[in-house]
Ligand binder design. Structure first.
Ligand SMILES: Cc1cc2nc3c(=O)[nH]c(=O)nc-3n(C[C@H](O)[C@H](O)[C@H](O)COP(=O)(O)O)c2cc1C
Length: 366
């Protein structure tokens, strides 16, 4: 069973645990000749790495990536690319309590019930350290996209923290200017106060993240079981703590009329269709339209909190648990680069599938 692998042609297998010596990704199916260096992947890992602000876990991991195979003289060779990241800042003693007790909201109880054995240190395989491997694979996917379909841009940002939605007009230039990846300086200030109070009280909060892929050509994706939106939803849902995924209008589409929801089509001056709106989120019938692909996902609040919660022990006794250690007060912040990485992997995977089956789009308009 390959339950740690995703992708059809660009196949990513992640491996490793939070407190093991290292973790990483084995990427099979990357086309040859893609220019890639460790530094190019590191750029994306640095966006996800812990300890970059007081609003993320204070675990200090450099998350330095090493390319062990599949690259020769700065280019992929078409053979499996092995990406490895060492774990350097583990504190196993922080997790002594959860060896016996199950954290409410975390995966401790289900891993135990299923496997009867688990590496409780840092949550083991259920730890979001696994997402570092996805971001490394995403860095390779971005490089492959740059070479095969130049111009595609993938950008993620937070649009909501707990009850507080982004306020005012969006200013995309602000995304990298604040610790929350939010496209609004005003909102970042409000969220900073809100999260600081919450963090000091030992609590946590959920968030909403939006990821957009721009300049994706029309035609990616396939009907029925190979839908681009199916694979995007699965990819985002596979990220730790994600509890909901939407494409385009998403759940709000249920409240619209057909008249309102219709993205009207006109012929553009350059001979290509243009749409009046993008309720579809850039996908119709599972196939990209050429508009922006817009995916949103909701993450739940961090379950490891300092607030006492009721639970049970492995032997079935009632217990109270307070989770110490270094945890993210809002996992949504570090989930932004992870969502971008998943988008890059899925878009590349579908680009390769499209090239394999169709080559170039066959339908002409005009
Ligand atoms: C980037 C990121 C960082 C996370 N950091 C923490 C953390 O510090 N503490 C914690 O308890 N959960 C954290 N989580 C969430 C857990 O990994 C997740 O809740 C757990 O694996 C259970 O899986 P589920 O929430 O998907 O059911 C994080 C998730 C993400 C995406």
């Amino acid at each position: 069973m390959s339950l740690n692998t995703f992708g059809h042609l660009f196949r990513v297998t992640t491996w490793g645990e939070s407190h093991g010596p290292a973790l990483g990704a084995t990427v099979d199916g990357c086309p040859p000749g893609v220019e890639i260096t460790e530094d190019m992947i590191q750029v994306w890992l640095d966006r996800r790495k812990p300890g970059t602000s007081k609003y993320t876990t204070q675990r200090k991991e450099p998350d330095q990536v090493r390319i062990l195979s599949g690259v020769f003289e700065g280019q992929t060779t078409g053979t499996p690319v092995q990406l490895m990241i060492e774990n350097t800042d583990q504190r196993s003693k922080d997790y002594g309590d959860i060896a016996e007790k199950f954290r409410p909201g975390h995966a401790d109880i289900t891993y135990w019930q299923k496997y009867g054995i688990r590496d409780h240190r840092g949550g083991g395989r259920s730890s979001a350290r696994e997402t570092a491997a996805r971001v490394a694979a995403g860095g390779l996917a971005r490089a492959a996209l740059d070479s095969l379909a130049p111009g595609i841009e993938i950008e993620g940002y937070m649009t909501q923290m707990g009850p507080h939605r982004i306020s005012g007009a969006r200013d995309m230039s602000q995304i990298t200017q604040n610790p929350f990846w939010v496209p609004s300086a005003e909102t970042a200030t409000l969220w900073a106060d809100y999260l600081e109070t919450l963090r000091k009280s030992g609590n946590s909060v959920g968030a909403m993240i939006e990821v957009v892929a721009r300049n994706v050509p029309p035609g990616l994706g396939a009907p029925v079981y190979g839908k681009l939106d199916t694979d995007l939803a699965a990819a985002m849902m596979s990220i730790n703590a994600v509890k909901g995924v939407e494409i385009g209008e998403g759940m709000a589409a249920a409240m619209l009329t057909g008249e309102d929801n219709a993205d009207e089509i006109f012929m553009g001056d350059d001979g290509r269709p243009v749409y009046s709106s993008n309720h579809a989120g850039g996908i119709l019938g599972g196939i990209s339209t050429g508009q922006d692909i817009v995916v949103r996902f909701a993450v739940k609040p961090t379950s490891s909190i300092l607030k006492p919660r009721q639970t049970i022990t492995k032997s079935g006794e009632a217990a109270e648990i307070i989770t110490k250690g270094r945890h993210d007060p809002c996992v949504g912040i570090r989930a932004v680069p992870v969502g971008e990485a998943m988008m890059a992997c899925v878009i590349l995977d579908h680009l390769l599938l499209h090239r394999g089956q169709i080559g170039r789009n066959r339908g002409t308009i005009g």
